[in-house]
Structure formats: structure tokens, C-alpha cells
Design a protein around this ligand. Structure first.
Ligand code: SF4
Length: 358
């Protein structure tokens, strides 16, 4: 994003990419390399004010403070589960709140930050606490970036090592905040910011076919996950309102994924949350196998964290194992993600909901 000419409103520098910061510096009578210095202060050194940017001329710092601001989200709550999962609630400049989760794997080899891309969500998935809230606002690239940076610092403090993975699986549908998500991906990978390998980042979508094609064309190097959660269009439409009205069934989605895998040469992860008695039979698993034969993919089975007030229950261990075995026997790569942080409302949107009720 770049500053708009003639705009007199205060500029949030954390909405600008490197090119935008260089233009800003030039528009204020500075050489463009000052923009690179600004970038390094904001994203590499996490400066909270222009005053701290001591290698910038004093007059430039004062001019920046007069014309621009550095947004930062304030930590409103931090809870830690008995299993080590940590969940942070941040208050944005707008006063609205978002959630971010740090998930340490039991092996202590993977530390994953789950970031939000929007406040609330317009997708209205019927099993999701965030879906109940509706959509409020898109996050800026800086607001997305800062969530992972916070969790990286927390992991270093608590476990002695930083994040190994970042997933866009918190509040919101990332592909509906497309420009900011792309810009935040570039920030994560920038050697002057987090220098985080794009192949260790996963963007998760509910399955917006047109946006998936755009994501394949832009190919920021990150992985793609699709919240499938049911193996037929009919069942999917019961829990994912966005998939309703597709008379052609799962066709457009699967075609967009075939396009993605051809274009990027990466496989897709199907996220599949098991709900007791709804999508967890071996018949469902066999239908899922057919989908996996059409799209270069793997499947991540998820044990559901029940949300109070919603009509879904978690499946049993026996049904989960039978489902996973059916997939594996058919040659599908399958992993199982057990729910973490149940004692701290760690399912997407739950901490926010609990705060509202308190
Ligand atoms: S599951 Fe994801 S896409 Fe669906 S309502 Fe929740 S946040 Fe939105």
C-alpha cells in the first residue's frame, strides 16, 4: 500500500509496504533509503514510537510524529492452558478485539501461532464462535504481523525458541482480506522483518474458488488449507453457508484447487473437523477419499472443541480412529490434530465470547 497524494489525514505507517514507506520518506524531502530504515525500525526492531528511531534525523522524526502514527494493538488478556497453549486477546486502535493462539506441540519441536485476519467473520459457519459474531472489520497488515511477532517473543520467553509455523486460522476469512493478507505474508518473509520461511506459513480458507485461483496466480509461497469439513455439497451447505447455492456441487471448488496445485506444485491440506454423527462415518471417509483422488492433497482431521450454545458434539476416539484408518488404507496422507487449550476456550472466537459474557 502507498500513501495517497494530497491526503491530509494522519497516515498509519503500518499499512504501508516498503515501496510505500520509501515514497513517504521522499514526499517528506528525505532520500528513499530512509523508507528502508523506517521499515527496519517498525518490523525488525518493533519500535513503538518515531522517537526511538535514532538513526533518522531529528527533524524527520518530528515531521513523522506530526503527520503519521504507528498503530499497535494492546494486550487485553493472556491465558495459558494446562497443556501450554496460550491465547491472547488484543484490543485494536478501533477498540475492537481479536484473538491469537500459540500452540506448542507436545514434542516441543513445533510452535505454531494461529493469527486472525479479520474482526469477526461474515462466513457464518454454524459450528464456529466467530461465525456467531458477524463481520466487523479487516485487519491491517501490521495488525496481522504483530500477532505472530508477539507469539514469537512469548515462545522464546517460555520455551527458549521461536515460532516454527504460522497459520491464518484465527478469526476471519483471510481471502476476504486479500491485500492485507498478501502484504502480511511478505512482511513475515522479509529478511529485515521476521525472516520467516513462507513454506512454514499456511493460509486457511473456507473455500472461495475465485480467490483460490488468485492466490495461485500471486503465489506468495505459503501453503493453502481448505476447511472442507464435509465430503458432499449437500452436507457442506448445512454447516458452511458460503457453499450454499452451488448447483454444481463441489465442482468449482475442486477445480480451483486443481488449478492451485498445478500452478504452485504444492499440495492442499483439507481441514476436516469431525462432528459426532454428522460427518464421521466410514462412508463419509470413503467419499473424502474420492475427493483426495481428484486433488493433490493431504487431510488434517480435527477433534472439535465444542462451542457453548452450538449444536455440535465432538466425535469419539473410536470413530476418529476408524475414519483415519479408512483414509490411510486408501493411500491418503492423514494427520490428526487433537484439540488444545480446551480449558482456556481456545477454539476460534471463544475467548472473545467468554470476555463478552463475563
Ligand atoms: S470457521 Fe473460519 S470462515 Fe467459518 S465463520 Fe469461523 S472464522 Fe469464519
Amino acid at each position: 500500500m502507498q500513501p495517497r497524494e494530497g491526503d491530509t489525514a494522519p497516515i498509519n505507517v503500518k499499512t504501508l509496504d516498503l515501496g510505500g514507506l520509501e515514497m513517504l520518506a521522499q514526499s517528506m524531502g528525505q532520500p528513499s533509503y530512509r523508507g528502508r530504515q523506517l521499515f527496519e525500525w517498525i518490523y525488525g526492531k518493533h519500535a513503538q514510537s518515531f522517537k526511538e528511531m535514532t538513526n533518522l534525523p531529528l527533524a524527520f522524526r518530528e515531521a513523522l510524529a506530526a503527520r503519521c502514527f504507528l498503530e499497535s494493538a494492546a494486550l487485553a488478556a493472556l491465558k495459558t492452558s494446562q497443556d501450554g497453549t496460550a491465547k491472547a486477546l488484543f484490543t485494536l486502535r478501533s477498540g475492537r478485539q481479536i484473538e491469537t493462539v500459540l500452540i506448542p506441540e507436545e514434542s516441543a519441536e513445533r510452535f505454531t501461532a494461529c493469527v486472525s485476519s479479520q474482526v469477526g467473520c461474515a462466513m457464518g459457519c454454524t459450528f464456529c464462535a466467530t461465525g456467531l459474531m458477524g463481520f466487523s472489520q479487516n485487519l491491517t497488515p501490521g495488525e496481522i504481523y504483530d500477532q505472530a511477532r508477539f507469539m514469537d517473543a512469548l515462545a522464546r520467553k517460555r520455551f527458549g525458541r521461536g515460532l516454527t509455523n504460522i497459520v491464518y486460522m484465527g478469526m476471519g476469512e483471510p481471502l476476504l482480506n486479500y491485500a492485507s493478507v498478501l502484504q502480511s505474508l511478505a512482511l513475515f518473509s522479509d529478511p529485515h522483518a521476521m525472516d520467516f520461511a513462507a513454506r512454514r506459513i499456511t493460509v486457511s480458507t473456507v473455500g472461495l474458488a475465485r480467490r483460490i485461483r488468485a492466490f495461485a496466480d500471486d503465489d506468495p509461497g505459503a501453503n493453502l488449507a481448505v476447511s472442507l469439513h464435509a465430503p458432499t455439497a449437500e452436507k457442506r451447505s448445512q454447516i458452511l453457508p458460503v457453499s450454499r447455492g452451488h448447483a454444481t456441487g463441489l465442482g468449482p471448488l475442486l477445480e480451483s484447487l486443481q488449478y492451485y496445485t498445478r500452478r504452485t506444485r504444492r499440495r492442499v491440506t483439507f481441514e476436516y473437523c469431525l462432528f459426532l454423527g454428522f460427518n464421521d462415518t466410514t462412508g463419509d471417509a470413503r467419499t473424502l477419499v474420492d475427493i483426495c483422488r481428484r486433488v493433490h492433497s493431504k487431510v488434517n482431521l480435527i477433534m472439535y472443541n465444542p462451542v457453548p450454545g452450538l449444536d455440535f458434539a465432538r466425535t469419539t476416539e473410536a470413530r476418529l480412529n476408524a475414519f483415519a484408518r479408512t483414509l490411510a488404507d486408501a493411500g491418503v496422507t492423514v494427520t490428526v490434530r487433537r484439540s488444545r487449550g480446551q480449558d482456556i476456550d481456545a477454539a476460534c472466537g471463544q475467548l472473545f465470547a467468554a470476555q463478552q459474557q463475563a
